[in-house]
Design a protein around this ligand. Structure first.
Ligand SMILES: Nc1nc2c(ncn2[C@@H]2O[C@H](COP(=O)(O)OP(=O)(O)OP(=O)(O)O)[C@@H](O)[C@H]2O)c(=O)[nH]1
Ligand SMILES: [Mg+2]
Length: 451
C-alpha cells in the first residue's frame, strides 16, 4: 500500500475526530497536532506543514457547517480539501495529442527511469497506442538489456545500440522511424548527482529530441530533498512534470509529493511497486480520498453538498413567502417547480391548495413563455429586476427591442409577477393549516408567518 504509515496516522486522526462528543478549540488543536506529526514523519517540510495546519485550523474554527451536518464531519471535509489543495488539486496526466508524443525520462541513478519507461510503454499500449521504447543510456552497462527485455515482455518496438557511446547517435537512428508511433518513450542515463557533465549531455539530447514531455523521475525515498532536485532539473531541461517512484516502500513519500507541489512541478504518475503494472496516474483527490479511507469521505462530501442545496432552497422559500421576491426569484422558483412537471399539475398535487381558491390561470404558466421571459430578463437593468414596479410603457418598449420578445409577453411577465406577489400575501395571511400543507411539500422550517 502506498504511504501506508501516513495513511494509517491520518485515518487515526479522523477516527479520533469522529469519536469526540463535541468539537471545540481544544479538540481542533489536538487533531491538528496529530496531522502535523503524521506529515512530519512522512518528511514533509516543516514550514509547509505549518502553513497547511494553519489553514485547517482557521477554517475549522471560523467556518460554520450547513444545518444538519456536525462540526466534526465538517472538519473532516476541511482536512480532505486542504490536503487535496496541498498536493496539487487537479490531475495533470500526460496527454497524447501529437503523433508521436515523445516522453523523455530524466533523473539520477536508480531513481527508476528504466523501470518507469517500461511501465509507461505498457500503460499506453494497453490503451491502444502504438509505442516505441528508445534506450539512449550509454552509461549503465546493463541499460540496453534491461529495456530490451522489458520491451519484449510488453510487446512494443525497441530502439537502441549496444556498444554506442554517443546517446545522440542512438536517437538519430530512431528519428526516421518515429512517425510510425503514437508514443515514443526515451530512457536516458543517470548520474550520482546533477553534475555539469549530465547537464551538458541532457541539454544536447533535449535539443535533438524536442520531446513534448520531459519527465523527471524521482525516488520517493528522498523525501523533501525532491524540491532541490526538481528545481535543478527544471533549470537544465525545463521539465514538464515528475513521476515519483517507490511510494510503496518509503515512509518519506509524503515529503516528496508535497515538495513537488510546492515548486509547482506537476506530479503526473506515481510508481507503486517494481512490477510493470505498478504505475498510477496521480490524482490528488483520489489519492487523498484513499489515504483518509475512501468510501467514508465520498459519502460525507455528498451529504454536505446535499445539505447546502437544501439550505439554499429553504432560504429562497423563506424570502418567497415573505413576499420579498424579485423578478429573478420568481423566475428561479418557476424553473425549479417546472422540473416537477406542468405547473397546473404541480398545484393539484399539493393537498388543500384547491381550497384556497386560487385562480388557476395565476399558476398555469405556459412552458414556452418561460424561455421568452428569460430573454426579456436578460435585457432588463438591475433596478428593473429588483423593482419591477418601475417598469413602465417606455421601459417595456426598450426591453422588447433589446430582447426580441413581444411587448405583450413582457407585460404578461410583469402581470405574473404581480399576481404571484398577491398570492404570497394570501399565504402570509392564511392559517396554520396552510403552514402544515407547506411543510408537506418541503417548505418547512419557515418562521411564523403571522408573528
Ligand atoms: N518498490 C519499487 N521499486 C521500484 C519502483 N520503480 C523502480 N523500482 C526499482 O528501483 C530500482 C532502480 O530502477 P531503474 O529503473 O533501474 O532505475 P534507473 O533510474 O533507470 O537507474 P539508472 O539506469 O541506474 O540511472 C530497480 O530495482 C527497480 O525495480 C517502484 O515504484 N517501487
Ligand atoms: Mg536506467
Amino acid at each position: 500500500m502506498v504511504l501506508d504509515k501516513l495513511g494509517e496516522s491520518l485515518r487515526g486522526s479522523i477516527d479520533k475526530l469522529k469519536k469526540v462528543l463535541f468539537l471545540d478549540k481544544k479538540v481542533v488543536n489536538e487533531i491538528i497536532k496529530d496531522i502535523q506529526k503524521a506529515l512530519i514523519k512522512s518528511d514533509v517540510n516543516i514550514s509547509q506543514v505549518m502553513e497547511l495546519s494553519e489553514r485547517i485550523r482557521e477554517r475549522a474554527l471560523k467556518e460554520n457547517p450547513p444545518a444538519g451536518i456536525s462540526k466534526k464531519d465538517y472538519m473532516i471535509k476541511i482536512v480532505y480539501e486542504e490536503l487535496v489543495r496541498f498536493l496539487g488539486e487537479d490531475e495533470e496526466g500526460i496527454k497524447i495529442e501529437k503523433r508521436p508524443t515523445q516522453i523523455m525520462l530524466v533523473g539520477l541513478f536508480g531513481s527508476g527511469k528504466t523501470t518507469q519507461a517500461g511501465k509507461l510503454a505498457n500503460y499506453y499500449k494497453k490503451r491502444g497506442y502504438k509505442v516505441a521504447l528508445v534506450q539512449t543510456d550509454t552509461w549503465r552497462p546493463a541499460a540496453y538489456d534491461q529495456l530490451y527485455q522489458l520491451s519484449n515482455k510488453i510487446g512494443v518496438d525497441f530502439y537502441g545500440k549496444e556498444n554506442e557511446k554517443n546517446p545522440l547517435k542512438i536517437y538519430q537512428e530512431f528519428k526516421p522511424h518515429k512517425e510510425k508511433y503514437d508514443v515514443a518513450i526515451i530512457d536516458t542515463a543517470g548520474r550520482d548527482a546533477l553534475s555539469d557533465e549530465l547537464i551538458k549531455e541532457l541539454n544536447k539530447l533535449n535539443k535533438e529530441v524536442q520531446a513534448e514531455e520531459r519527465i523527471l523521475v524521482l525516488s520517493g525515498d528522498i523525501g523533501q530533498a525532491a524540491k532541490t532536485q526538481a528545481e535543478a532539473f527544471h533549470k537544465s531541461c525545463n521539465i514538464t512534470g515528475v513521476i515519483i517512484t517507490k511510494l510503496d516502500g518509503t515512509a518519506k513519500g509524503g515529503g516528496a509529493l508535497a515538495a513537488c507541489s510546492a515548486t509547482g512541478t506537476k506530479v503526473k504518475f506515481i510508481g507503486t511497486g517494481e512490477k510493470i503494472n505498478d504505475l498510477e496516474r496521480f490524482n490528488p483527490k483520489r489519492f487523498v480520498g484513499k489515504l483518509l479511507g475512501m468510501g467514508d469521505i465520498e459519502t460525507l462530501l455528498e451529504e454536505i453538498s446535499q445539505m447546502y442545496e437544501k439550505e439554499e432552497m429553504e432560504d429562497k422559500s423563506k424570502k418567497f413567502l415573505k413576499g420579498e421576491f424579485t423578478l429573478i426569484d420568481l423566475f428561479e422558483q418557476l424553473e425549479s417547480v417546472r422540473k416537477l412537471g406542468p405547473l397546473s399539475k404541480v398545484v393539484n398535487m399539493i393537498p388543500g391548495m384547491a381550497n384556497l381558491n386560487i385562480d388557476k390561470e395565476l399558476l398555469e404558466v405556459q412552458e414556452s413563455k418561460i424561455e421568452q421571459w428569460k430573454h426579456a430578463l436578460d435585457s432588463m437593468t438591475k433596478e428593473e429586476l429588483e423593482m419591477p414596479e418601475k417598469i413602465n410603457a417606455s421601459r417595456i418598449e426598450r426591453i422588447a427591442k433589446g430582447s426580441g420578445v413581444p411587448e405583450q409577453t413582457i407585460r404578461e411577465l410583469i402581470k405574473q409577477y404581480k399576481q404571484s406577489k398577491k398570492l404570497m400575501k394570501m399565504v402570509k395571511g392564511s392559517d396554520k393549516k396552510m403552514k402544515k400543507m407547506l411543510s408537506k411539500v418541503g417548505l418547512n422550517n419557515i418562521p411564523d408567518l403571522n408573528p
